[in-house]
Design a protein around this ligand. Structure first.
Ligand code: I3S
Length: 128
């Protein structure tokens, strides 16, 4: 499996800081709570760890326990429509289990990279 999390530097692994909020959980709308999170994509798993405010760098954040994670198998990702958020460069991820997330970066190129990586991860996992 080229996307196995056991392969540490596989092309299917990506990480970096993003802003994230859930908008739906188990199919029910939840209140937005934008948080800056260290985001890690490994195979079909997308996980988020809270930014450690005390830390001066991102180093080590990805080693901390993820705050939450979602399974991308059967998920969809799209560029969020304007009514989902007033922010720029927002992606909407919908999981098979009824969780909807918005992820956002102030950088268009960063969000385009994530869009590509997430689309690839979802397509890859469609065959599993
Ligand atoms: O989709 P909404 O309701 O316009 O989202 C905004 C609100 O959730 C707001 O919080 P409260 O209404 O709970 O105080 C947030 O502070 C905003 O960031 C939300 O909108 P954006 O456009 O930033 O996603």
């Amino acid at each position: 499996d080229p996307c196995s999390p056991k392969r540490p530097h596989s092309p299917c692994e990506k990480s970096g800081p993003l802003n994230v909020t859930k908008i739906t959980e188990h199919g029910k709308k939840v209140r937005k709570n934008w948080t800056s999170s260290w985001t890690l994509l490994q195979g079909s798993q997308l996980s988020f760890a809270k930014n450690q405010a005390a830390s001066s760098s991102w180093f080590g954040s990805h080693l901390s326990k993820p705050e939450f994670s979602v399974d991308l198998r059967g998920a969809t990702v799209e560029k969020a429509s304007k009514d989902k958020s007033s922010r720029k460069h927002v992606l909407e991820v919908k999981t098979r289990r009824g969780t909807e997330l918005l992820i956002q970066s102030d950088s268009e190129s960063i969000i385009n990279e994530w869009f590509k990586a997430l689309t690839e991860a979802i397509n890859m996992n469609a065959w599993e």
